[in-house]
Design a protein. Structure first.
Length: 317
């Protein structure tokens, strides 16, 4: 493969923990840039040439303010340096989880405002992992590619189910479709509401773990109904302080929580707590970069087969 056919992969400050491993599996050199702060403003300078290449920028925008601007400035720097194509893979994009409340005209819609710097920078493609409310993008000026990010969590969730069979239930009414999909992919039963629970074990599913209280209350209700084991799976977590993490760790009603590493800052709060299992997004990100660079499909079924093949090869090895 010629150098111009190889992807050039950069990661913002929020995804630097992923960059070396992604590039090692793709057999490419990690993209480097310098980030400095002057007078409260950030400055970015690319190290090396990206001219004529397909540039991938991977990062989370949580917390949103400075991280969104860093992502946009990195895209702009690549464009001004004559990159042939620029693809952004946002492992977590802030403001995409909020339900639009059209009944109150005085309430702002945060997503298009938060995305304004990235829209101005103008990447060729924006790829998102597990967004709850896709309708929010009607106001954003973007038509992103949505990836079913939970695919890389399936091996761990299936292994958990083999040890202790469970049913899947949504944590919120808005998560019904997500919970139904997870149950189907794991190969277990789906329960639409906590009040219908009649099982020894349940896994609550939602897009984002942001507030411990909702999960704690659902877990306590399930245990009150006679459920013996309560676990949970979240595509992302935005927990912001040690107190929130400790509340979940110390809750007697919750036995295990599965989360992904899409928001590094929040995952760092949980790494030393034995109730949490952190699932690695690396296999999915590598596959997405490889397929986009080669012009191949990103459909759910195609990605699922590719990730299952990788998992089987690792297990055999």
């Amino acid at each position: 493969m010629s150098n111009h056919n190889k992807p050039q992969v950069f990661a913002t400050s929020t995804a630097q923990h992923l960059l070396d491993a992604i590039c090692r599996q793709l057999d490419v050199t990690p993209g480097k840039y310098s980030l400095s702060h002057r007078g409260g403003e950030i400055q970015i300078n690319l190290e090396g040439s990206v001219a004529g290449n397909h540039v991938f920028v991977i990062g989370s925008t949580q917390p949103p303010y400075e991280n969104t601007l860093e992502l946009a400035m990195l895209v702009d720097a690549a464009k001004r340096s004559s990159a042939r194509e620029i693809t952004v893979i946002a492992t977590y994009l802030s403001y995409t989880q909020a339900v639009l409340r059209k009944e109150d005209k005085r309430e702002p819609i945060g997503l298009p405002l938060a995305l304004a710097p990235l829209k101005e920078a103008g990447p060729n493609r924006l790829i998102l992992l597990d967004v709850s409310h896709r309708e929010a993008f009607a106001f954003s000026g973007f038509n992103p590619t949505h990836i079913y990010g939970s695919l890389f969590a399936l091996p761990a969730l299936k292994a958990h189910h083999e040890k202790q069979p469970f049913v899947v239930a949504p944590l919120h009414g808005g998560g019904v479709e997500r919970a139904r999909r997870i149950a189907e992919l794991i190969g277990t039963d789906y329960v639409p509401e906590t009040r219908y629970l009649d099982s020894e074990a349940v896994m609550f599913v939602d897009a984002v773990l942001a507030d411990p209280q909702d999960l704690i209350e659902c877990a306590q209700e399930a245990k009150f109904k006679g459920v013996k084991k309560v676990s949970a799976y979240f595509s992302h977590t935005t927990l912001s302080d040690v107190f929130e993490a400790e509340r979940l760790q110390s809750s007697a009603a919750i036995d295990e929580i599965f989360i992904t590493d899409t928001v590094a800052r929040s995952c760092n709060l949980l790494m030393m707590r034995n109730k949490f299992t952190i699932l690695k997004s690396l296999p999915l990100l590598v596959e997405v970069v490889r397929r986009v660079n080669n012009g191949e499909s990103l459909s759910r079924d195609v990605l699922k087969r590719a990730l299952e093949a990788q998992y089987t090869l690792r297990a055999v090895a």
